[in-house]
Design a protein around this ligand. Structure first.
Ligand code: AMP
Ligand code: ZN
Ligand code: ZN
Length: 419
């Protein structure tokens, strides 16, 4: 009799364990089969802006979901290379958008952010953006501005996309995205990418720790609050994963830390110089490569490399669009030419520096059925976002530099086991 009682208890124990672990484990939730991803990029939103301003809505995402300590950009930490790294999971060297502006020797054409014809030409875009992966696998996607979404990469556009319009009303962007999520199921996009060009603009103009940046960050946070409220009213609210991210951070620059190229080299030694503070590339004239290198390398705050000897951690220099010499200064330093002298009392903001500087780091906040609650993810590189999105949307991912294993701890374990 006693033995039988013991046996029953032994049989019950595993069940009790399961019941206890189900009720006490905060990560166990019902996981909807069809999940949505709505990813917003706030250009130039530095990793620590939420400590410099009041951002209750971003903090609510962190509380209900996950927050990354910081998101490390790819090199160079500029807007176009990094939005396209987030979209493709590739370093700029491997996706081809090696800078905001570059020259392609094979096409014999320039790519420039302001040149609509170039920006909308698929010939410049390598790799596979997540919306192309999704569309090819039968999912509908939409984009309210994202670098690369205005060109038919591999012949595929998002089902809905917009031609970039810097002035488009910020409030109307919220309503358009909500409108897409309100569409009948057949047309409703499962992946939406959208974008605001701030706080990058004010960060450049007034410097990252300015009152203007604080005001802008608080305004953007209020838009996120409006967005979250409208999202919660949707019938599919519990199927939606919300991501708020950024392409890079911002560093303070000042007129007392300027390197004038023409104090070190003759412009006559250069065939082509292409760049914007603080990142520059050069093709020297025949016979002048060593002079350019040696003279620029003499500045203690300037890093100058031949394209094939760029430090490995920058994953840069193999693409034919990277010019022969690459130059970038220490953080907080600027590069200029004497023709555009910078007043000594000038203060502003810049990005483009090496990604290991924390001031170059952006943000990653996310909540929704795929994400754990109240989880803090250590800093990771932005190339890991593509595999994360592919996992959440149940897509077979393309080959990427990023790896799911670097970010999968943000996802509820049951999603990882449901193949
Ligand atoms: P930057 O700070 O120079 O790296 O670039 C930021 C600027 O990129 C923003 O102010 C936008 O005007 C611009 N931008 C962002 N996305 C696009 C796009 N899809 N097409 C054209 N310009 C864009
Ligand atoms: Zn940017
Ligand atoms: Zn910028």
């Amino acid at each position: 009799m006693k033995n039988r009682y013991l046996l029953n208890l032994l049989l019950l124990l595993p069940m009790l364990f399961i019941i206890v672990s189900c009720t006490s484990n905060p990560y166990i939730r019902k996981i909807p089969k069809e999940q949505y991803v709505v990813m917003l990029s706030l250009d130039g939103f530095r990793w620590d802006y939420s400590q410099l301003a009041d951002t209750p809505n971003l903090e609510s995402i962190a509380r209900d979901g996950v927050k990354m300590e910081s998101l490390q950009p790819s090199f160079p930490s500029k807007t176009f290379p990094n939005h396209y790294s987030i979209a493709t999971g590739l370093y700029p060297d491997n996706h081809g958008i090696v800078q905001n502006s570059f020259y392609d020797p094979e096409l014999d054409r320039y790519y420039k952010t302001g040149d609509r014809q170039a920006v909308e030409d698929q010939a410049f875009y390598e790799g596979e953006p997540i919306w192309v992966t999704a569309e090819n696998q039968g999912l509908t996607t939409a984009s309210f501005f994202w670098v690369g979404s205005e060109a038919p990469v591999q012949g595929v556009y998002p089902s809905q996309w917009k031609r970039y319009d810097h002035e488009f009303s910020y409030e109307a962007r919220v309503d358009s995205v909500i409108g897409w999520l309100n569409l009948p199921e057949k047309e409703r996009p499962r992946l939406i990418t959208w974008y605001y060009p701030e706080p990058d603009g004010v960060g450049h103009h007034y410097s990252p720790e300015s009152q203007e940046v604080k005001n802008m960050v608080e305004y953007l946070d209020s838009l996120i609050g409006d967005f979250l409220t409208k999202l919660e009213a949707l019938t599919i609210a519990d199927q939606i994963n919300v991501i708020v991210t950024s392409d890079h951070g911002m560093a303070r620059i000042s007129g007392d830390k300027v390197i004038y190229f023409d104090d070190y080299i003759e412009t006559a030694w250069l065939d082509t110089a292409l760049g914007s503070n603080p990142f520059w590339m050069f093709d020297p004239k025949e016979g002048y490569k060593d002079s350019v290198l040696l003279n620029l390398q003499s500045h203690p705050h300037l890093h100058v490399w031949e394209k094939d000897s760029i430090p490995e951690h920058l994953h840069y220099g193999s693409n034919q669009r990277v010019m022969e010499i690459v130059a970038v200064p220490d953080i907080n330093w600027s590069i200029a030419w004497r023709a555009e002298e910078v007043p000594t009392d000038y203060v502003g903001g810049a990005h483009g520096y090496e990604p290991q500087y924390k001031d170059m780091h952006g943000i990653f906040y996310a909540k929704g059925p795929a994400f754990k609650e109240g989880y803090i993810q250590a800093t990771t590189e932005n190339v890991n976002i593509y595999p994360l999105l592919a996992k959440i949307l149940g897509l077979e991912p393309a080959e990427t530099d990023g790896k799911l294993e670097n970010v999968q701890h943000m996802i509820v374990p049951r999603m990882l086991s449901t193949e």
